[in-house]
Each structure stands twice: as C-alpha cells, then as structure tokens.
Design a binder for this molecule. Sequence first.
Ligand code: KG4
Ligand code: ZN
Length: 343
Amino acid sequence: MMVLAIESSCDETAVALYKGVLERGCGHVLAEKIASQIETHARFGGVVPEVASREHLTALPPMVDALMDEASVSWSELDVIAVTAGPGLMGALLVGSSYARAAGAVHGIPVQPVHHMEGHLLAPGLSGALPAFPFITLLVSGGHTLLVRVDGIGEYTLIGQTLDDAAGECFDKSARLLGLPYPGGPEIARLAKQGDEKRFKLPRPMLNRDTLDFSFSGLKTAVMYAVRKLGGIEQLDDQARCDMAAAIEAAICEVLAKKSVRACLEQNAPRLVIAGGVASNSTLRTLLASYGEQLTLFMPEPKHCTDNAAMIAYAAFVRCSIGKQPSGDWDARPRWPIEQTAA
Ligand code: KG4
Ligand code: ZN
C-alpha cells in the first residue's frame, strides 16, 4: 500500500510517501520533505496564522511534485492520500485538506483525514514496533500537553492535560523573556547545556498535587520575575541567560517526566511513548530513560518528534491495516479532541 501524506496544521509544510504491507502492518518511508516557515514567523515572535496559510499555499504543490519525482512514484501508484485534518490553524489546515481533496478527486484516490496528535502518538512505529496496548503517551507540542491512555488504535482516553499554557508554549514564552528567538524550545535546550540549573529556583507547578493535569503559566511568570530581579533583559549576561535556560528546562522536564511516570504506574501500563516537538528535548529523554526500571520508553527519532508528514502517513496506514477505511465525509477541524477519533 502506498500513502502520500500532507501535513500543514501549523508552521511546517510537510509531505511524505510511505510504502507498507497491510497484512504485516509495517513498511517504510520512501521519501519525505519539510519546509519550515520558522524564519518567516520568527520576526513576529510567533506564528501568524494568515501568513502561515499563504506560505503553505505556495510551498505545497511544488513539494509534492518534487517528492513524487524523487521517489519515482506516479499518482496511479497511490492507494490513499492522508492529510492532517486537525487540530491546528483553520486556514493552514484548509490549504492541505483542499489540496488533498482536489488531488484525490482528479486522480481517483481516497483521502483519509488524520488527527495531528494521533500522528504524533503513533510516530514511534516509524522506526520500530509500537508498544503493546495499553500504553501511555505524553504528547508535548507548542499547543498541547496531554497524557493519553492508548488501549488500541482510535481508543484514546485523556487522563491529563494542561490547564493553561502548553509545555512548548512555556518554552517559547520563557525564551522570549530571555530575548531568544522563536521557537524557544531548541534555543533554551542549546543554552541550557552551558548553564547551571541550580542558580535560579523555579517552581514545579502542580507536581505534588494528586492529579495528572499540568499548569505552566506560573512558571513563565516566575521566569519574568527572576529576569526583572536581575535588572531586566538588558542586564542579562550570557551566563545568566544560560543558567536561566537550564533552570527553565529542568523545571519543565521534571514536571513532565514525573507526571508521566506516575501516569504509567497509576494506569498499570508501564509503557510510555513521548511525542510532539518537546519530546525531541534531550534532557527530557535522558530523564525519562532513568526510570527504566519502572517503564519502557518509546521515542520517535527526533526528526519525527517535531511536525512531519511521515507520522501522518503512518497513522493512515495503521488505520487501513486494521480495516478502518478512509471516510468520505469530513471537514478540517481546528479543534478536535483526540477522544473523538474513533472510526
Ligand atoms: O509538535 P511541534 O513541532 O509543533 C506543534 O504541533 O506545536 O512542537 C513545536 C514545539 C515548540 O513549542 C518548540 O519550542 C518545541 O516544540 N520544541 C522544543 C524542542 N524542539 C522543539 N522544546 C524543547 N526542547 C526542544 N529540543
Ligand atoms: Zn505537532
């Protein structure tokens, strides 16, 4: 089975071709491409939705052509076009889904809508076997911080989520307070390597509360006060910036790791998948790996943690492999709770 996938939910235009054997439920990525809009949005300090839609519109068609050429695959060889239908920015989602629908209609290929977070959640399957069910997934991206119990494909139960800012958002907003460019996560991770996490004391929000929910807006506020105490952003020298970055990274990662471990133990599901952009953070990966006696950790390759189309192709393929056929009637959905993905 050959899948062409399109991802355009936020600020990355991504396309991928995945070839798999349905009966075996596995396959491989033939080719993938990604065009980041980060430089365009960086000067605004965050993603501007209208600008994102326009960039997807110009980037997508030539990317698909180049992808098919590179892999020497023709439209007639495709079985399914998979496209991210939500959640995400409405205009951005509409570019991908309109393109997919038009291409599907022209070439007579079914189009399968995919939930962006389901793509992230299944991404470890791109480089190895998926964990046995049930397993727990920590989904941490720019817009989401979710703990999901997975009992099967499409059988997702939300067991924890952020009450305010997402973990990635906290990285991004804190980075901004330190005068670092967007997106802040990779910048903070880079500076943290030269920093002393103990110099500044930052809170671990909701860590000791009896809930799997998160809250990160207070942490960002604590960073704001700490920067003010040092005399403001202009007074921050390079070492203070690195030490603060290390403290921010340590606080976010400790909360994420400890709550995820708690979720696995409470749910009696000692298998943890981490996914989403923040899951590419090496401190978080190392911290979680240290709980090896309590759980088995499944991580996509870093390039498949951040937004990509290979994960969208794989999610569509896995659904087809268990007989959940593409649905004809769907719309792009900027808000789409993961629990509503059952076929
Ligand atoms: O999943 P993703 O690529 O896009 C969304 O769907 O949001 O996640 C992007 C988020 C951004 O907030 C970015 O700062 C964060 O992931 N991120 C990181 C790292 N790489 C990306 N956060 C911490 N450490 C990283 N290495
Ligand atoms: Zn994402």
